[in-house]
Ligand binder design. Structure first.
Ligand code: 3HC
Length: 311
């Protein structure tokens, strides 16, 4: 059965087509997908927190409504991704418990504080922008449920990025204090956003296998550099600057290059010692506890429905 399955799997990889949940797959393929998709789902859920803090302090009803819609979208992205991960055999409760117990990774970016309203603009433009750069290739991931989830996620992310860009544009064309607030936010979120793409290629243990299995389509550095190029064009329209004097377009390699990033900081954040790691997990545990009654009510309702159907 395994020999037949392996042959089928190898052909699917060679044809660059899709593996579906019921197909045979190498245990290591299943394991790396569970790893990546569950971490991706956790990122979406934890990612709701920095922005949720600003919903009650939004400067207008329009901004409040847009931010609420964005935060709700992130919850939905988390649910699509937990569902995709569950098709690989791990129950959602287990994934969520691992997150609350501090045993699961989520994107480093969400361990930084959102200090001002302009951070809502910088997060939308830079963090969701980086997410789009990373997630568009994932629409072609070889695992069906993951690739399909990404299509819907990417459509909603482009709204997230555009609303962030618009916040920065408005502030940048506002009073000098507002323009400075926007520039400060861009300065604070630039390096952490670049680190979202993962460690440098020569320090990325999963990349080789992930690319061989058509999960990762481009390397961490390749996407990071592409994203720098995208921001360089858009930051001119914002009349702001990126806090990196080493950014340049290399005419020989035809690639964008940027200044050094603090990978010690990155590893500190991944080790749970970032600026907001503790509070993000504390808030997650509190939200999970506060939601117990919802889960119990939904389970009781489902039980009643299935009893009715059985009658
Ligand atoms: N934050 C936390 N952990 C990270 C990380 C980051 N920014 N970048 C890398 N890591 C971890 C990896 O998970 C891996 O650890 P593990 O083996 O225990 O999982 C280790 O560092 C080495 O990194 P690799 O490059 O070898 O790992 P990958 O091949 O998995 O590449 C990745 C990392 C590019 C983040 C890849 O996992 C990926 O594309 N994930 C899906 C996209 C994603 O998770 N995006 C997060 C943001 S979600 C979001 O932004 C929401 C939006 O709405 C704002």
């Amino acid at each position: 059965r395994d020999a037949e399955g392996q042959a089928y799997f190898d052909k699917v990889m060679a044809d660059d087509s899709r593996i579906e949940p019921r197909d045979w797959m190498p245990p290591a393929y299943r394991k790396t997908l569970l790893r990546q998709i569950s971490q991706h789902a956790h990122s979406e859920i934890i990612g709701m927190q920095p922005e949720a803090n600003w919903i009650s302090r939004a400067p207008s009803l329009k901004r409040k409504a847009i931010l609420m819609a964005k935060v709700q979208d992130e919850a939905g992205h988390g649910l699509y991704l937990y569902s995709a991960a569950e098709t690989l055999g791990q129950p959602r409760d287990q994934m969520m418990q691992d997150l609350m117990d501090g045993k699961a990774k989520y994107s480093s970016i969400f361990n930084y504080p959102a200090r001002t309203w302009a951070d809502m603009g910088a997060i939308g433009w830079m963090v969701d922008g980086a997410a789009i750069a990373n997630q568009v290739p994932l629409c072609r991931a070889s695992f069906g449920p993951y690739g399909r989830a990404m299509v819907r996620v990417c459509k909603e992310e482009s709204f997230h990025q555009r609303q962030g860009f618009e916040i920065l544009l408005e502030l940048s064309h506002g009073t000098p204090e507002q323009k400075q607030m926007a520039q400060d936010a861009v300065n604070r979120w630039y390096a952490p956003a670049l680190m979202m793409f993962g460690p440098p290629d020569d320090d990325s243990p999963n990349s080789k296998q992930s690319m061989a299995w058509n999960i990762k389509r481009f390397s961490n550095d390749e996407l990071r550099n592409r994203f720098v190029g995208m921001m360089m064009e858009q930051v001119k329209v914002l009349e702001l600057t990126l806090p990196d004097k080493d950014i340049r377009f290399n005419e020989d390699t035809k690639k964008w290059e940027h200044g050094p990033l603090d990978w010690d900081e990155f590893h500190e954040v991944l080790a749970g010692r970032g600026p907001c790691n503790a509070q993000r997990l504390e808030r997650r545990r509190e939200a999970h506890h506060n939601g117990t009654w919802v889960r119990e009510a939904a389970a009781a309702y489902a039980e009643k429905q299935s009893r009715k159907q059985a009658e």
